[in-house]
Design a protein around this ligand. Structure first.
Ligand code: NAD
Length: 472
């Protein structure tokens, strides 16, 4: 059966390194054969992937539970249904996106050449996924590559091994095996993939590895799309509604136990609203988890021991005071949502990205101080969250740059499936989702076709040049 038994997910197995060059080569040969370019082929592959997701929903739910203790509700919403929606949206719009675009504002003589942009697939691409949304971050870009007419290899994160195995099963059994493949593994397998020349590398993960990928890609002038990390500020001014801000920012850390790249990494709160804000956070947590997070089916676990210890160390190293939470259980990689009032922006919980359920609060005198601090912690974060009056939130948007932003909310901008998603500066380059998923794997090729009968009109461009020709 190509439907994975949800109870028995195959143990993680890395792909044989020797097989990697021929896998990429097959994708390249298939791309050159023109097979993947017609719209009918692309739509068929996208539909097959859709049914692969439907058929293997139970296996994916199980895998995300094994890997991250992800609540099934979250796996449906932010992984499986997310990808299904992407496929439906892209399928509906693909014909329109694939059409040639005419050059704008051209004089009549130029229009006779039909200057246009052809949307051409880049070729054979490599998608390297991250562990926190192991389905969405792998298949999301891959869906865009299929839509664009590319062939390619997907390298899911080995840090979420159960999901990686289910993805391999889906891609290899539902899609054209000559055009698409999954390579599983860690650094050696990824390095072997990077040694093969691809036409674009789409990488999601931390900035240190992002730099390795970009350097390697530069050797062969391979373009990259880099979806990198957070350290995202949230700012709550005295004019914000403390209840709304608290509920939404708690939500910004509870999904996937804070293992979300666009989650706020720290919150700056104007001093006079701080007590009310903390009180409302307590109320929100009590409402969302009446019996605490540990026994709740609605709270995920940290992906593994290494990350558990990393996050624990951030709390241990902090000079701040724990206001809410603080419970941890190493035996099940559980970390409770932990609110800590830190003393300054040099605190371990602000300097690094926690990528976990930590909420450091930094009291500030005013919006100006918050803006100054945000810019000194990280000049180009992935996300920015501003709560306050319209004038204040506009001021914050104007003065702190970021990949994306939500006003009066935690990372909700990242939940709008057709809104382009990407970083800026060292939080990444390039964007995807919605039409951007098609664009990121498409070469906009400028073309003209000069009719033979125009030769007389074109005479002006040939020597001998003369003053008379200049006047024409
Ligand atoms: P990870 O450990 O899953 O690694 C990401 C990928 O990089 C994996 O596929 C892994 O195999 C590969 N990799 C690791 N070391 C490598 C090496 N030396 N050479 C080549 N490939 C290598 O995930 P992570 O990096 O720990 O992810 C967390 C980080 O990613 C956070 O900073 C988070 O903010 C960021 N992130 C960003 C986005 C986004 O969309 N911008 C999404 C998720 C996570």
């Amino acid at each position: 059966s190509i439907i994975m038994d949800p109870i028995k997910i195959a143990p993680f197995e890395a792909t044989a390194i020797e097989s990697i060059p021929s896998t990429v080569n097959l994708c390249r040969t298939t791309f050159r054969s023109q097979t993947t370019k017609p719209i009918a082929y692309r739509l068929t592959q996208l539909r097959k992937l859709y049914w692969g997701l439907v058929d293997n929903t139970d296996a994916l739910l199980k895998a995300c539970t094994l890997d991250l203790g992800k609540p099934e509700f979250e796996t449906h919403l932010s992984e499986i249904d997310w990808c299904k929606n992407d496929i439906m949206f892209i399928t509906k719009n693909l014909a329109k996106w694939m059409k040639d675009e005419k050059a704008p504002d051209i004089p009549l003589t130029n229009s006779l050449l039909n200057p246009r942009i052809r949307k051409e697939p880049l070729g054979t691409i490599l998608v390297i996924g991250a562990y926190n949304f192991p389905v969405q971050l792998s298949l999301g870009p891959f869906i865009g590559a299929i839509a664009a007419g590319c062939t390619g290899v997907l390298k899911p994160s080995e840090v979420s091994p159960a999901t990686a195995m289910v993805l391999k099963n889906i891609v290899e059994n539902y899609l054209d095996p000559n055009a698409y493949a999954v390579v599983n593994g860690a650094i050696p397998e990824t390095t072997a993939l990077l040694n093969e020349k691809c036409d674009k590398i789409f990488y999601t993960g931390n900035a240190t590895v992002g730099t390795i990928i970009a350097k390697k890609a530069a050797e062969t002038l391979t373009p990259v799309c880099l979806e990198l990390g957070g350290r995202n500020p949230a700012i709550v001014t005295k004019n914000a509604d403390p209840r709304i801000a608290a509920r939404r920012l708690v939500w910004g850390k509870l999904m996937n136990a804070g293992q979300v790249c666009i989650s706020q990494n720290y919150i700056m709160v104007e001093k006079e609203i701080l007590p009310a804000f903390v009180e409302q956070m307590k109320i929100a947590l009590k409402e969302f988890y009446p019996n605490g997070q540990k026994t709740s089916p609605d709270f995920a676990r940290i992906v593994n021991k290494r990350h558990f210890l990393r996050i624990k160390k951030m709390v241990d190293d902090s000079r701040g005071k724990i206001l809410i939470g603080g419970e941890m259980d190493e035996s099940e990689n559980f970390i409770e949502i932990t609110v800590v009032q830190v003393k300054d922006d040099q605190d371990s919980m602000i300097v690094d990205e926690s990528f976990g359920p930590l909420i450091p609060l930094l009291a500030v005198d005013d919006v100006e101080e918050a803006i100054k601090t945000a810019n000194s912690v990280h000049s180009t974060p992935l996300g920015l969250y501003a709560f306050g009056s319209k004038a204040e939130t506009n001021k914050i948007l104007d003065n702190v740059t970021s990949g994306g932003a939500s006003v009066n909310d935690a990372f909700f901008h990242g939940c709008i499936p057709t809104l382009a998603f990407g970083g800026v500066g060292d939080s990444g380059q390039g964007a995807y989702r919605g039409k951007s998923s098609f664009d990121v794997f498409t070469h906009r090729r400028s073309v003209v076709t000069t009719p033979g009968w125009m030769e007389k009109l074109l005479d002006i461009r040939y020597p001998p040049f003369s003053a008379a020709k200049l006047k024409k």
